[in-house]
Design a protein around this ligand. Structure first.
Ligand SMILES: Cc1ncc(COP(=O)(O)O)c(C=O)c1O
Length: 382
């Protein structure tokens, strides 16, 4: 594919305009615009998370997440230990084994859940894979099994386009690792039995806690199936045969970081002030579109995700013609040293390239300002 050339003559010159906020890491991600530690409500710090105030703040975080996700009443939402990994593994360890399992993988995190299912849980799952940059055949999934997938593959920038491929009358449960997807895409919650995420992605919150969303069929599974494996306390979601409802009201299994909770509340209130889910999606889409224009204008730059329909609008992964890991590292280092872009080298297991976070906390003007700097770093490393 040939692309229009633009500004070729000016590309050796060092640009003068820097992104105002050079935070393009794919997790932890940029804080919301205007974020300051002074905006954190600190009244609960130093208090018990089981005090009236502690529970009230945890419940507020849960209520705001439900509102910003537009999560229906059919689904429970709670805060759990261990970030997204903790939440997803909690779901795997407590619910898998009742029927066959299918795991989908097209990048490193999907592959992590394959490893869990095969090597740790020894479930002998059907594994459906695709290479970095592509999506596997979603139509090949056997929905009589439980199905595990990553909504947005953060390390390849490939996501599922929607939930159309998940049947309404599925027999198995759908498990979505949705950590860099929630707040960036509309999710048809009727199709999702389990979803997990963490605050440090699209919300720009802090790491530490996972969020676990359970649909009614997942709750039914928890209450009707006892897995034949030991469960550590941090995974125990069932008490006396019933799902631990307190978890979904803010009675956490163990001690959370109330500082991280307060920070999440700040991010969620920012999201609410913007106009909620639609506004978050619009910001992320505008960022990804601005980056796509930069790619379009440069012969040497390509998206790793081949099909635009399944191209991420959060973790956008780019390949640079012929650039190996050494050159990629050099480019990322140069841009970091210039305070232009932090942490944009692709993930260690992915093909060499750059990964630029386009989630809602990033400003479009900052993405736009990156273009000339990419040209400059490209020339500098020739
Ligand atoms: C898709 C996906 N799943 C899981 C993880 C692990 O998340 P955490 O560090 O919150 O456990 C990440 C982190 O980048 C991710 O992008």
């Amino acid at each position: 594919m040939t692309k229009p050339m633009s500004g070729a003559l000016a590309r050796n010159a060092k640009p003068t305009i820097r992104p105002a906020r050079p935070y393009f890491s794919s997790g932890p991600c940029a804080k919301p615009p205007g974020w300051s530690p002074d905006n954190l409500d600190t009244k609960v710090l130093g208090r018990s998370h089981r005090s009236g105030l502690g529970k009230q703040r945890l419940a507020l975080a849960i209520d705001l997440m439900r509102e910003m996700l537009e999560l229906p009443d059919t689904h429970r939402i709670g805060i759990v230990p261990g970030s997204d990994t903790g939440a997803f593994e909690m779901a795997m360890w407590t619910m898998l084994g009742a029927r066959g399992v299918t795991t989908l993988a097209w990048e490193s995190f999907g592959e992590a859940w394959v490893t869990d299912a095969v090597k740790q849980l020894k479930l002998d799952p059907t594994v459906i894979r695709a290479d970095y940059g592509a999506l596997p055949d979603l139509g090949a999934v056997d929905w009589s099994t439980d199905v595990l997938f990553t909504w947005n593959g953060t390390t390849s920038g490939v996501r599922v386009p929607d939930a159309e491929w998940i049947p309404a009358d599925r027999e198995g449960l759908s498990f979505a690792d949705a950590t860099s997807a929630v707040f960036a895409y509309r999710i048809d919650w009727a199709k999702i039995d389990v979803a997990t995420f963490s605050w440090q992605k699209v919300l720009g919150g802090e790491g530490g806690h996972g969020v676990l969303i359970l649909g009614p069929r997942a709750v039914e599974r928890l209450e009707s199936f006892t897995p034949d494996r030991p469960l550590p306390k941090v995974f125990r979601l069932v008490s006396k045969g019933k799902v631990a409802e307190g978890v979904f009201r803010g009675e956490t299994i163990n001690t959370p970081s109330m500082l991280a909770v307060e920070d999440a509340i700040v991010a969620l209130e920012w999201a609410k002030g913007l106009g909620g889910l639609d506004a978050l999606i619009a910001r992320s889409s505008a960022n990804a579109a601005a980056l796509a224009r930069i790619v379009e204008e440069r012969e040497w730059l390509q998206h790793l995700a081949v099909d635009p329909a399944s191209r991420s609008t959060t973790s956008v992964c780019l390949t640079l013609e012929g650039a190996d890991e050494v050159r990629i590292k050099a480019i990322a280092k140069l841009l970091e040293a210039e305070d232009v872009a932090y942490d944009i080298a692709g993930y260690r297991d992915a093909p060499p390239g750059l990964r630029i976070w386009c989630g809602a906390t990033v400003d479009t003007a900052d993405i736009e300002a990156l273009g000339p700097w990419l040209d400059w770093a490209w020339e500098q490393t020739k």
